[in-house]
Design a protein around this ligand. Structure first.
Ligand code: CUA
Length: 297
């Protein structure tokens, strides 16, 4: 996306420079041309020109709307990751970046990604607001406590790129930096196969049993809560008739504040798990519930 962002930015810059040069130039030129002279001591009064008024209203309006449409399209493209993107979970905390890959690899202050593949980050903060910033990719996204935000990129050149925290987050904010390492796909395969840790989805499955979720959310839908297979990405209907698409933030709310939105046909009997699960564990449960969806036909 970097070249497109740059194109928009430099177009705006060029237009600003052009306007400044024209206005400043006319000020100097008119200052000279209409300077006070003995034969010209009293100014002529000029009535307005409707054509001129319309022209300098409509032309800038069209230019501004053009820029708006261009910027909005680019924004939507940047805000919507491709469906087949590689998922990476990010937990920011004072003062480090933690990354977890779906095959189990974990890393701190370094993010390895394969060349040419879209990567989607699902990010949350354990304490205060941080901001994930990779200048080379023109990617900058705030990382918030209690809420998932996403960002995505597709690296086009191998190399190591700076990662910064771009939101003041306390004493060592300036040290909250890292690297994004873009590797050729084969090298990335070799790198990621070194991990023998369990995947986030597997860890989530264990938590699902350990915290007793499995007692109510039974796979055959015979429990006191709805079955969760395929729920991710689906539209769910609540007791009050409203609906939502089950995304990351909805799943999170359902775990931490289950009474906020009770699914139609069920009782508000689920206890809150606020304070019992850390951010890593919440992401693992999320990965497990997502993986259930992937198994659905
Ligand atoms: Cu984290 Cu600044």
């Amino acid at each position: 996306m970097a070249s497109q962002v740059d194109m928009l930015f430099f177009t705006l810059l060029a237009m600003s420079v052009a306007v400044v040069v024209v206005i400043a130039g006319l000020i100097v030129y008119f200052g000279y041309k209409y300077r006070r002279r003995p034969e010209n001591l009293v100014a002529d009064q000029i009535q307005g020109s409707m054509r001129l008024e319309i022209a300098w209203s409509v032309i800038p309006l069209l230019i501004a709307m053009g820029i708006f449409v261009w910027g909005a399209r680019l924004y939507f493209e940047m805000a919507s990751p491709p469906a087949q993107a590689r998922d990476v979970y990010v937990v920011a905390k004072q003062w480090m970046w933690e990354f977890q890959h779906q095959d189990g690899m974990r890393e701190i202050n370094a993010l390895h990604v394969p060349l040419g593949e879209p990567v989607r980050l699902t990010m949350v903060s354990q304490d205060m607001i941080h901001s994930f910033f990779v200048p080379a990719f023109r990617v900058k996204q705030d990382v918030l406590p209690q809420r998932y935000t996403t960002a995505w990129f597709q690296a086009t050149q191998p190399g190591t790129y700076h990662l910064f925290c771009a939101e003041y987050c306390g004493t060592l904010h300036s040290g909250m930096v890292g690297d994004v390492v873009v590797m050729a796909p084969q090298d990335f395969q070799t790198w990621s196969s070194q991990g023998d840790a369990e995947t986030p989805a597997e860890a989530g499955e264990h938590l699902f049993a350990q915290f007793g979720c499995i007692n109510c959310h039974k796979a055959d839908n015979s429990g006191r809560g709805p079955a969760l297979a395929g729920v991710f990405g689906r539209t769910v209907t609540f007791a009050d008739g409203t609906t939502t698409v089950a995304d990351e933030n909805y799943i999170r709310e359902s775990i931490l504040n289950p009474d906020a939105h009770v699914v139609k046909g069920y009782e508000p009997i689920m206890p809150s798990f606020q304070g019992q699960l850390n951010e890593d564990q919440l992401l693992q449960l999320l990965a497990y519930i997502k993986s259930l969806g992937a198994k659905q036909p």
